[in-house]
Ligand binder design. Structure first.
Ligand code: ZN
Length: 158
């Protein structure tokens, strides 16, 4: 009877470490400044996973993948996302769709948006749509200090 929605939010600052690649929605953007974080810092995959966990009432990503757990150092966040979907399904739910908004000043994600959607949808086994927004120069995001992502997930009963 009816579905459940969940919201996810994540933000990561850019890092000066040249060894960190920029990974957004499972797509690596070569030559771009990377994000700081314990895993691959894929802020989009993290927000999507958090929305799915929230909708299922399973808490948040930090509970399932603690930042101090060496198992997840540099982890591929699409793998985390697939794992989260398995948890959601074990709890008796099936994802219906996920939508997200990525907020950043640069780089331009337009050319990568479709590939991000394809990678995320494949990992989550459900349609994931991605929209991209600039912060219009406002605040830390507007100064290009990091990337944020909001996601909404709908779950239905199988
Ligand atoms: Zn994150």
């Amino acid at each position: 009877m009816g579905g459940r929605v969940g919201i996810g939010f994540d933000v990561h600052p850019f890092t000066d470490d040249p060894a960190r690649p920029l990974v957004l929605g499972g797509v690596e953007l070569p030559g771009e400044q990377g994000l700081a974080g314990h895993s691959d810092a894929d802020v989009v995959a993290h927000a999507v996973a958090d929305a799915l966990l929230g909708a299922a009432g399973l808490g948040d990503l930090g509970e399932h993948f603690p930042a101090d757990d060496p198992q997840w150092a540099g982890a591929d966040s699409l793998g985390l996302l697939t794992h989260v979907v398995a948890l959601v399904e074990r709890a008796g739910w099936r994802p219906a769709n996920v939508d997200c908004s990525v907020v950043l000043e640069a780089p331009r994600l337009g050319p990568h948006r479709r590939r991000m959607e394809a990678r995320l949808s494949e990992a989550a086994g459900v349609a994931v749509s991605v929209k991209v927004k600039r912060a219009e120069g406002l605040g830390a995001l507007g100064r290009g200090e990091g990337v944020a992502c909001w996601a909404v997930a709908l779950l239905e009963q199988p």
